[in-house]
Design a protein. Structure first.
Length: 146
C-alpha cells in the first residue's frame, strides 16, 4: 500500500497526529500519563502518514535539543498498519527533516519492543534501560549527514 507522508503543516494534520498518538499511547498501551500532548509539541516538527482512504496511520515528531542534535519521538502507527512500512516512512521523513535543519545526531527513547526497529535503521543503543511514563525504554543514537 502507498502512503502519503508529509510534514504536518496544517491544524488538520497536527490534530490527526495527536489523535493517533492518544489512541496508541493512552487507549492501546494504557500508559498512565497520556502521551497525547506535551509542551515540546509547540516547538517540534511533526510528520503524518495517510493511507489511500485519507486516514492518518502514522505520525512522529522531531524536537531540536541543541545546535547539532535532535530527538525523534512520539512515533506511532495504527495497529492494522504495523509492519507495512508506515513507521519506516515516517522515520525517513523525520531524518530528512533533521538533515535539512543541519542536525548531525539523532536520539530516540525507544520502547523496548521498538529497539530492533530502530537498530535495523542504523540506531545504536546508548545506555541502560530506563522507565519513561511507566514504560521501559532504551536510549538510541544515530549519526546523520547534514
Amino acid at each position: 500500500m502507498a502512503y502519503l507522508v508529509r510534514f504536518a503543516s496544517t491544524p488538520h494534520d497536527l490534530d490527526a497526529g495527536f489523535d493517533l498518538r492518544y489512541a496508541v499511547f493512552h487507549d492501546e498501551q494504557q500508559v498512565a500519563r497520556a502521551l497525547d500532548r506535551d509542551a515540546l509539541d509547540y516547538n517540534a516538527d511533526h510528520v503524518v502518514a495517510y493511507d489511500d482512504a485519507g486516514r492518518c496511520v502514522g505520525t512522529g515528531r522531531l524536537v531540536r535539543l541543541d545546535t547539532r542534535s535532535a530527538q525523534i519521538g512520539r512515533q506511532a502507527t495504527t495497529p492494522d498498519q504495523r509492519r507495512n512500512g508506515v513507521g519506516t516512512a515516517v522515520l525517513e521523513a523525520l531524518e530528512r527533516l533533521a538533515s535539512l535543519r543541519g542536525v548531525t545526531e539523532l536520539v530516540v527513547h525507544a520502547q523496548l519492543h521498538a529497539e530492533p526497529f530502530y537498530r535495523d535503521r542504523g540506531y545504536v543503543t546508548d545506555g541502560p534501560q530506563f522507565q519513561e511514563h511507566g514504560v521501559p525504554h532504551v536510549r538510541m543514537r544515530k549519526v546523520v549527514a547534514a
